[in-house]
Ligand binder design. Structure first.
Ligand code: COA
Length: 271
């Protein structure tokens, strides 16, 4: 991945954003390592304690929005918000080679004629055909007309992407990009049939401020981002159209206090 400097947009006093110059070309290869067709969108089961606990664990690992699970359960039940799991891509291998899908044990006691200590056996795996290992998640939300009118998207019937997270252990392998493309397909299809997909994230220059990287990532035990989320979404064809100062209240786990965070809104027309 080349080093990429975010190009600031020009913001008007009303919060509207006039796009800045296009980001410099990225020297890294554009081919996704995982294709959108490799991603199964498996809905979160809002009635399952297991799904609830796993989503909370992933929100904690992500470091954002750990305190909204009850609200999400309600929105999911009423049909205005749907979370999806990003499934372990091993499922793709298992679908093509089902006879190779069961785990085998690491038992070799020697290699190159030298003794080797295999690890202790893990707990027995669940071999149910319905089992899967979620390695991330995100949610799609139905259009929010009042919110959309407030930020300049009146009448656009946007679908909203929220809470994207890919396991810190599996980032930069293409899962996030493939997942976003797959989610865009979902937003185009019934029941949403959205002409536009939108999301919010921290503005690039704000997210990459050393004091915020320290507070939001390092102190949470996570690595500093090498690229801002805003720039990451722009590379997927999203365009920034609005900025708002202090629009999101982040719960600082160290202090228990909610702290205001600046927000950039991005959208992409779905063709
Ligand atoms: C943002 C996030 C979802 C990206 O997911 P990911 O699976 O790591 O991203 P991908 O591997 O699909 O990235 C796609 C492209 O961005 C590049 N990329 C990903 N992470 C990068 C990084 N840290 N620095 C530079 N480039 C990166 C990849 O190389 C890839 O480039 P390519 O298309 O040229 O091949 C993930 O980093 C994440 O979950 N972060 C923590 C939570 C978060 O910030 N969510 C967003 C909330 S708005």
């Amino acid at each position: 991945m080349g080093s990429l400097t975010p190009v600031p947009d020009q913001e008007t006093p009303t919060g509207e954003v006039v796009p800045g110059p296009a980001p410099p070309p990225d020297p890294s290869p554009a081919t996704p390592r995982v294709a959108a067709s490799d991603i199964d969108l498996i809905p979160w089961d809002h009635d399952s304690a297991e799904h609830h606990a796993r989503l909370l664990a992933q929100r904690k690992a992500c470091g954002w929005r750990t305190d909204e699970m009850d609200e999400w359960g309600r929105l999911s039940r009423e049909g205005s918000k749907t979370f999806y799991w990003i499934r372990d891509i091993l499922a793709k291998h298992a679908a093509r080679f089902p006879h190779e899908s069961a785990p085998i044990l690491d038992t070799a006691a020697s290699a190159w004629g030298l003794p080797r200590q295999p690890p202790p056996p893990p707990p027995p795996p669940d071999r149910s055909p319905r089992s899967f290992v979620p390695v991330g998640h995100f949610a799609l939300v139905r259009s929010r007309p009042e919110e959309e009118a407030r930020i300049g998207l009146a009448g656009q019937r946007a679908a909203w992407v929220c809470h994207l997270y890919v396991s810190w252990a599996l980032q930069s392998f293409g899962l996030g990009k493939a997942g976003m493309l797959r989610l865009e397909d979902e937003a185009r299809a019934p029941p949403l049939e959205a002409p536009v997909i939108a999301l919010d994230t921290m503005p690039a220059e704000y997210q990459m401020r050393p004091d915020l990287i320290e507070k939001l990532y390092i102190q949470q035990g996570n690595p500093a981002p090498r690229m801002s989320n805003q720039h990451w979404y722009e590379r997927l064809g999203y365009e920034t159209f609005f900025h708002e100062q202090g629009a999101y209240l982040w719960l600082n786990p160290a202090t228990g206090q909610k702290e205001p965070i600046d927000v950039a809104y991005l959208k992409k027309v779905l063709k």
